[in-house]
Design a protein around this ligand. Structure first.
Ligand SMILES: [Zn+2]
Length: 338
């Protein structure tokens, strides 16, 4: 081979490498650019609106890793396309930072929770899929059943407390102090903060521990995981290595207070989740608040942490009349002081 030809090949190789590098870099920068804008809360915020913004700022880098999806006309939910044919619907302009998920099968779709009820979640998910949609609630708290009444088919765990609560919804008075209109950033047009309530919707079916839900070439298994609340379930998508943990695990302070919570149950549930993560080779944990963290380490860490809390091995601080235990930035727990 002549030197000239070798140089030509070398130059060609460099050109291809450069092209490859550009192709690799371009989608990443495009996605990051879109995401930077995506979680911008906007200008001219009041003190109440700014009060919870440090949380949003802390979790924004985790969202920047995912590609946003534009839904025409959609203002309230920020939609992300996630690994495993799943969309996350993120309510980033209210302090709870609630996440609902649309899981696509071949013949039907499952909507894992319906959020706060502030935005029109039905229009949003119908813009994402033409498949028939069934709602499954991770548990019966208001930030997860807000849009239930917009759907024909709604399911929850087979326990009276969930069936009754879904049927009743939440009155405006019950939501006071939880959904604070002044804290919401740019609510959708027509949102009436002074009368806001969550409409009831009687579940059309219930699910139980070990039950399989078939979406058409995609099976999801239900795991009963009480603790945060007595109606909490976790959803396993073993084929795609996904775990939907609801409020049983998310980064940030976990809550185990109120009449519907149980710390011993919580520990048992975290141990079950730990087993699932190991046995089913879970790669992504899609939780219902704040952000999706890489890996499963903080989830596994939470089990040992809860055990230490129950055995009185950890010190706590007091906040709003509750005990706060902290293991790390993303693993902490609030329990009743009693
Ligand atoms: Zn919640």
């Amino acid at each position: 081979m002549t030197r000239k030809k070798m140089n030509h090949i070398r130059k060609n190789r460099i050109a291809w490498l450069l092209l490859f590098a550009v192709l690799c870099a371009f989608p990443l920068s495009a996605a990051a650019g879109a995401s930077d804008k995506a979680l911008d809360p906007g200008p001219d915020l009041s003190e109440a609106q700014r009060s919870w913004l440090p949380d949003l700022e802390m979790y924004t880098p985790f969202w920047d890793r995912f590609q946003t999806v534009d839904v025409p006309g959609e203002q309230w939910f920020r939609v992300y396309a996630l690994p495993g044919d799943v969309y996350a619907l993120f309510e980033y302009r209210q302090s709870e930072l609630v996440i609902s998920y649309l899981i696509l099968g071949e013949t039907s779709a499952l909507l894992w929770d319906t959020g706060l009820g502030i935005g029109d979640i039905r229009s949003c998910v119908q813009a994402l899929t033409a498949l028939p949609i069934t709602v499954l609630n991770s548990h019966n708290h208001p930030d997860h059943i807000g849009g239930n009444a917009q759907f024909d088919r709604v399911m929850c765990y087979r326990i009276d407390s969930a069936v009754e609560r879904l049927t009743q919804g939440y009155t405006h008075e019950e939501l006071e102090g939880f959904i604070v209109p002044e804290e919401i950033i740019r609510p959708p047009e027509g949102f009436a903060g002074d009368t806001f309530f969550i409409a009831g919707k009687a579940p059309t079916a219930t699910v139980e521990d070990g039950q399989t839900i078939d979406l058409g070439n995609r099976e999801l298994e239900v795991l009963y995981t009480p603790g945060h609340n007595d109606s909490c379930i976790t959803l396993i998508d073993a084929h795609n290595g996904l775990l939907f943990t609801g409020d049983t695990w998310y980064p940030g302070p976990l809550y185990a207070f109120g009449e519907d919570a149980s710390l011993p149950d919580y520990l048992e549930s975290m141990r079950r989740i730990e087993t699932v993560i190991r046995e089913k080779n879970i790669r992504w944990v899609y939780c219902s608040h704040n952000a999706i963290l890489p890996g499963t380490d903080p989830v596994i860490e939470a089990g040992a942490f809860l055990e230490d809390v129950i055995n009185g091995r950890l010190a706590y601080t007091m906040k709003d009349g509750m005990k706060v235990y902290t293991r790390s930035k993303f693993v902490s727990l609030q329990v009743s002081a009693a």
